[in-house]
Design a protein around this ligand. Structure first.
Ligand code: SAH
Length: 284
């Protein structure tokens, strides 16, 4: 079992939720794939093809067995958190929760109060706000950096934060109207998490969209700024023009990271090919 921060749960799910039902009856309700990106060729892939009821019982067993086995910072989390892990993973596997909710869950596993984290695509600020709630503590330690190329996005994010946060918390957020490929110019180096939610601003100009070339430069920069035990979280959208190419480029970037220093995986629904994909790059 891996002990790095945040890797544990993916590992546990791979270990415990694997056997598909032997009968073909009731299958195909759900098809979902959780497997490492090819940096670890030769490692087993997990494909779940299961009826809802059998999968539910397997996840229940997995999570109750796992409570006693958690040995990283996960063990410090309370049972409401374990129940949240259960709900989000089960919801995703049953097609009832979005991959962005899985991303938020992973962030929660990786970051701690007082950490420095980055939203590399602020948009309307929902992810920025979620990050503030995870890292800013009562004494206002912790820092969230947000960036976006669109002034409108920075305004929307700023407005959401002003409405939702105390002045002390709000001061812990720094927003930059800058391309994420330039993040090294505005960020410190001790970053626990860099989150990308690619594509265009929901409700905004669909012509302003993340581009493969700058996304790649941003990933290179994020890789250097990240602390060991940190994660780069990328939600990629394949349904719009250029989205599939951008996803392929992110996958290729991830595949080349050395497996001794990085654990890279992606989570996607196989029978919803246009659904967004979550790519996770854990720095060991
Ligand atoms: N996380 C957001 C949604 C992000 S949408 C939320 O929770 O609401 C994607 C955002 O990426 C858009 O706002 C778009 O302007 C921004 N973007 C596009 N290219 C960018 C770049 N090169 N650098 C930073 N942001 C970029």
């Amino acid at each position: 079992m891996m002990k790095e921060r945040g890797v544990m749960v993916v590992d546990l799910i791979l270990i415990f939720v694997c056997p598909p039902p032997s009968s073909n009856r009731d299958m195909t309700v759900l098809r979902c794939l959780l497997h490492p990106i090819p940096s670890s060729f030769g490692k087993p892939l997990l494909t779940l093809t299961s009826s809802r009821s059998s999968l539910q019982s397997r996840i229940n067993i997995a999570l109750s067995s796992s409570c006693s086995s958690f040995s990283s910072n996960v063990s410090t989390h309370s049972s409401p958190f374990l129940s949240e892990i259960h709900d989000v993973l089960k919801g995703y596997l049953f097609g009832q929760k979005k991959v962005t909710e899985v991303a938020h869950l992973v962030w929660k596993l990786v970051v701690q109060k007082g950490d420095t984290v980055v939203d590399a695509t602020c948009g309307n600020g929902n992810d920025t706000l979620a990050l503030v709630k995870l890292v800013i503590d009562d004494s206002f330690k912790g820092c969230v950096y947000g960036m976006d190329v669109q002034e409108d996005a920075i305004k929307n994010t700023s407005c959401l934060l002003d409405q939702s946060l105390d002045p002390g918390q709000r001061e812990c957020v720094k927003l930059f109207s800058v391309c994420h490929s330039k993040m090294a110019n505005v960020l410190p180096t001790n970053v626990r998490l860099v989150a990308f939610n690619l594509g265009y601003l929901p409700g905004g100009d669909k012509g302003i969209i993340t581009q493969s070339a700058t996304t790649l430069l941003a990933l290179e920069a994020a890789k250097e700024l990240l602390l060991p035990g940190g994660v780069i979280s990328i939600v990629a959208y394949v349904g719009h023009p250029g989205g599939r190419e951008e996803y392929d480029i992110v996958q290729r970037f991830a595949s080349k990271l050395p497996a001794e220093r990085w654990a890279c995986s992606h989570i996607e629904m196989l029978n919803k090919p246009m659904a967004p994909v979550l790519i996770l790059l854990f720095k060991r």
